[in-house]
Write a protein that binds this ligand. Structure first.
Ligand SMILES: [Zn+2]
Length: 443
């Protein structure tokens, strides 16, 4: 990672790792609670951002909202010498596609790409949602501020772009507002297809959906814990891969799970005041989010979300009933907390965007031997590699060893049966790729 202009020469410094660490702390400090507050207010004030709402007005409806979002990205780009490529990605969804599409609608995402200096076609993606809804999912005219769900995620993607556009990264970063979420995850489907059609190499998708509520419906107040949802293994795996897991393991080690662990580790390293809570499931029980369409086609993706939800403030008509106020309104959002979660996104993206690609092939061996052996392919741009291992019951990669610039290594005295293993690439300035779980057996 290079800071534009001011710190460009620092990349040559002897103290590269310390320097890159201090950039990460600067990124955390630069995320602005005040700008998040203003942007969530602006988004809530479009009245409704329902996917099927008015697109002609400049003050109300999803058309006005997406034009405002595009203008924000364009203004950010102007301030960094046109460092963002900003465009609409859209698909027509026909009436009757499902019960929530009651008329033909153009589902429009707003995309901003910050091109990587070394790997322009490798992308780390941060998403929020543009659209909102009230009690009836097909009511596209009533007031639907969607302040927490999901103006927080949308404003967060814009704020992350403001902060990270002051730096240059080796990999590309995409900040995106997705639409059509509440009608059936259409915006995510559209962008996932666009990614395949354009041969994007996706490092991961960080989907932010509801990141501003700290007072749970159960009365618990918690401004430190947040959830990272990840599915165990991709739905696109082959029957052969599924069978191999019975004998070699990997039930909780899919690509999205490794991304979740990466977020967890990054937060524990740089934001020790936070409590990242990995949840071992695709999403909440029976509920959906915009990382899923990416997972559906085999891309790694996770959902970042508050720990304590308040259901009286989600998908509700604004009303008072038996003395209780319902509705997803601005005053319920805790912006100090949202700022923390945007910092979580920003430092994860800065780290991944600064890291070399992960190895693609990792072999493991050591059957009936007292040592585990690992072997992987050379990654261009890696300074070396780090082997990780953990107890089979541990959720996190608790042990590691940097082994330098080699492509095979024997962990003497470490019995393969008793641990899970993985390998990450390490770049010149110490930033690491996600960990790759072995995908080949050495005999
Ligand atoms: Zn929702």
């Amino acid at each position: 990672m290079k800071r534009l202009i001011v710190l460009a020469f620092m990349a040559q410094s002897m103290f590269v790792i310390a320097q890159s660490n201090s950039d990460i702390y600067d990124i955390i400090d630069t995320v602005s609670e005040e700008r998040l507050r203003q942007d969530v207010k602006t988004l809530a004030n479009f009245g409704t951002r329902h996917t099927l709402s008015d697109t002609l007005s400049n003050t109300r409806g999803i058309g006005a909202a997406r034009r405002w979002i595009k203008t924000q990205f364009e203004d950010i780009s102007k301030a960094c010498d046109d460092c963002l490529d900003v465009f609409y990605q859209k698909d027509l969804v026909k009436k009757g596609t499902n019960q929530r599409i009651v008329k033909d609608v153009m589902v429009v995402n707003v995309v901003a790409i910050q091109r990587g200096t070394k790997y322009p076609n490798r992308f780390i993606i941060m998403s929020g949602d543009i659209d909102s809804r009230v009690s009836d999912p097909n009511d596209f005219t009533s007031d639907s501020p969607g302040a927490n769900d999901n103006a927080t995620g949308m404003a967060g993607a814009i704020e992350a772009a403001r902060v990270l556009s002051k730096y240059q990264f080796e990999n590309s970063i995409i900040y995106v507002g997705l639409s059509g979420e509440e009608q059936g995850l259409f915006g995510g489907q559209g962008l996932a297809k666009y990614a395949i059609d354009n041969d994007w190499d996706i490092i991961g998708v960080l989907n932010n959906d509801m990141i501003g509520n700290i007072t749970g419906v159960d009365g618990v107040i918690d401004n430190r814990t947040f959830r990272i949802f990840s599915e165990p293994v991709p739905p696109t795996e082959t029957e052969q891969q599924r069978k191999a897991r019975r004998f070699y393991g990997g039930e909780v080690d899919g690509i999205s799970r490794q991304l979740a662990r990466y977020v967890h580790k990054t937060v524990k390293s740089y934001m020790p005041e936070m409590n990242p809570m990995m949840v071992y499931r695709l999403d909440r029980f029976g509920r959906g989010g915009h990382h899923r369409p990416f997972n559906d086609v085999g891309f790694p993706g996770i959902r970042i979300m508050e720990a304590h939800e308040n259901y009286t403030q989600q998908h509700q008509d604004i009303r008072t009933e038996n003395g209780m106020d319902y509705g997803d309104t601005f005053e319920h959002v805790n912006f100090a907390y949202t700022k923390k979660l945007i910092a979580v996104n920003a430092i994860t993206m800065a780290s991944l965007a600064s890291a070399p690609p992960a190895p693609t092939t990792v072999e493991i061996g050591g059957i009936v031997e007292p040592s585990a052996k690992l072997k992987w392919n050379t990654v261009e741009g890696a300074k070396g590699y780090k082997i990780y291992w953990r107890d089979t019951t541990s959720p996190t990669w608790d042990n590691s060893r940097y082994v330098g610039n080699v492509t095979e290594f024997t962990l003497k005295g470490i019995v393969i049966d008793n641990f899970y293993f993985g390998v990450a690439s390490v770049g010149d300035d110490g930033f690491e790729s996600v960990v790759v779980f072995p995908n080949k057996i050495m005999r």
